[in-house]
Design a protein around this ligand. Sequence first.
Ligand code: ZN
Ligand code: ZN
Length: 151
Amino acid sequence: MLALIIPIGLIILLFCYIHIQQMIWNCKNNIEPDTSSSIHTSMSVSTREIDFEEPIKPTILFIKDISQSIVKKEEGDSENLDVCVICIEKYKDGDKILSLNCNHSYHKECISPWIKKQIENNIKPKCPTCRTPIDYEWKIEVNEADNGVIV
Ligand SMILES: [Zn+2]
Ligand SMILES: [Zn+2]
């Protein structure tokens, strides 16, 4: 009797063991495709976000809170006109002048390359005379309400 029970018991144990192994194997197989598909989804989402942001590139260099004026020389006034310290020339009739917040003024065509060069070199642009920082911003478009000058 005992000689019969032992082999049957062993067979049942072996059967259970194979069954458990199969269950574990199935679980692994179910988890793996799930994780890979979720990674794939998050990657495609981030790629889409980058694609969406890329085309917007502000290219207009806008100097905030400054004014632009055109020199109007009055008769007999020429001796009193200011000098642009960048090109060391007196302002003459029709010159475009930019007046910075520090009240220093320059030819627009003289100060614009100066500001751009400093920004290109990762230096915060400053007034060439008194070194007051020049407040600038890169814009996509400029509205009439914006107070400042495009350089
Ligand atoms: Zn000048
Ligand atoms: Zn200044």
